[in-house]
Design a protein around this ligand. Sequence first.
Ligand SMILES: Cc1cc2nc3c(=O)[nH]c(=O)nc-3n(C[C@H](O)[C@H](O)[C@H](O)COP(=O)(O)OP(=O)(O)OC[C@H]3O[C@@H](n4cnc5c(N)ncnc54)[C@H](O)[C@@H]3O)c2cc1C
Length: 255
Amino acid sequence: MVTCQSRPLSDLVIKPTWVSDEPRPELPTADHKAQLVEVEELGLQICRFRFQLEGEAVYRAGQYAILELAPKLRRCYSMSDLPGSPVVELIAKRYEGRPGSEQLFRLPVGSSINMELPYGDMWLREGLRPVVLIAGGTGVSPILALVRQLVESGDQRPVRVFYGATTQDQLVCWDELASLVDRLPSGRLHGALLTGGDSWVGTTGLVTDALTPYLEAMADSDIYLAGPPPMVNAVRVLLREHSVQFDRIHYDSFG
Ligand SMILES: Cc1cc2nc3c(=O)[nH]c(=O)nc-3n(C[C@H](O)[C@H](O)[C@H](O)COP(=O)(O)OP(=O)(O)OC[C@H]3O[C@@H](n4cnc5c(N)ncnc54)[C@H](O)[C@@H]3O)c2cc1C
């Protein structure tokens, strides 16, 4: 459920994820005209879209934009690159017959749409705790941005990255992620494929299977998590069972 676009039909319980007397370190959201300048095919029904804005895109790595793909058709997509340039990169999957992603994949190069950014709370917190980044499917998009930030800022914290997909051709940007993780002073990358081939050396199974051996050590980490709702929910349950504090888990659920 996209809560920011939902209308409640009955009473509901609201659970705030931020309660503090301090002002929230938000960046103001801005409206942009965004021109699609490049579409790069990355894997099975997954592409990287590059949009050119009229000025610099101001956001934090890990945040997302809302794209107005057609009148009343608004969908969220996370930036995969670092801020500070007028080009915004998004990685998206095509779901056949579903309105938002179909419309995004049908946009002709050269066409323009409205784009609002930034939104979201999944930006990197400072501190000394180890960092754990967990991506499922196109959840790799904000996780790539966070890894880029850790590399570019010379961050010294230990970092573990977990990335799961169904098949090898959906494990997009694996090599890109691996070479970034290699540049971290203390970085490890773990992959999980539901259907791994003979050449696959990572975990065969779900991303939760890849996490299992490391769960005990995670109670002390800051954790960032992005992907489809079943994966995000399963990981959150596991983390809670292993005493990771609620306020150390930052996530975007893509449904
Ligand atoms: C924070 C966030 C970040 C995301 N980042 C990415 C990303 O980087 N890459 C990526 O591929 N996907 C991402 N997504 C998912 C993306 O926004 C779309 O949900 C996805 O592309 C499927 O959209 P769809 O319209 O094709 O499918 P649908 O299943 O038709 O719609 C997707 C969601 O929108 C809801 N919805 C459908 N119609 C309406 C409507 N008229 N009004 C309001 N809500 C409606 C549905 O209930 C469903 O939850 C992200 C989602 C969120 C919430």
